[in-house]
Design a protein around this ligand. Sequence first.
Ligand SMILES: Cc1cc2nc3c(=O)[nH]c(=O)nc-3n(C[C@H](O)[C@H](O)[C@H](O)COP(=O)(O)O)c2cc1C
Length: 200
Amino acid sequence: MELPEMNKYDKVAKTDYEIYPLLSQRYSPRVFKDKKITAEELHQLFEAVRWSASSNNIQPWRFILTKKGSKAFNNVVDCLSEFNQKWVKNAPVLVLCGYKKTVDKVKENFHALHDLGLCLGNMTIQAQSMDIALHHMAGLDWQKAHEVFKVPDDFHIATALAIGYYGGDITALPEDLQKQELAKRERKPQSEFVFKDSWK
Ligand SMILES: Cc1cc2nc3c(=O)[nH]c(=O)nc-3n(C[C@H](O)[C@H](O)[C@H](O)COP(=O)(O)O)c2cc1C
């Protein structure tokens, strides 16, 4: 079977209702085009983060940005799960994503993880408008990441993020992941998660 070069229209969601194209075109690839992301483009992505909403405007998100070829990039790879290590070096940029756990060092900021997710959602859409894909990863040894990157106690590394241009040669992936890359996308129907007027 001849395998295709991926592009951003390969996995457009078959939505039940019309949604904004940047949302239906977004997906989480495991191969990326062999093209660097410039410093300016990275600033654009983090500017979308910067202007995100957050509880009390605390802006609890923090990131460690690394580029392929650096020691720090390899250190992020070492902190990832075996599964993620199978594909993640295809990305030109890896980021550790964390949040500040408290307000004024004493009161827990219960909404910090919410705000991290929200700002990354905004980054996703900014990236999509630039043909750039994000792939979030929970498969990460966060304790190791804290140790290796000397993360202060008041912060928690929640996820890692691969960033790269859509595209790339799917044969760069091991066979099982090639299948996943081409698999049909599935979602629950709205009726399973939107309850009208009361719980179920
Ligand atoms: C918080 C979070 C953690 C994830 N962790 C991983 C991961 O460790 N490895 C991976 O390959 N994909 C990971 N994913 C990607 C999901 O598997 C993917 O978003 C989901 O299957 C839906 O596919 P789509 O993003 O292409 O629509 C993660 C996504 C999110 C939002």
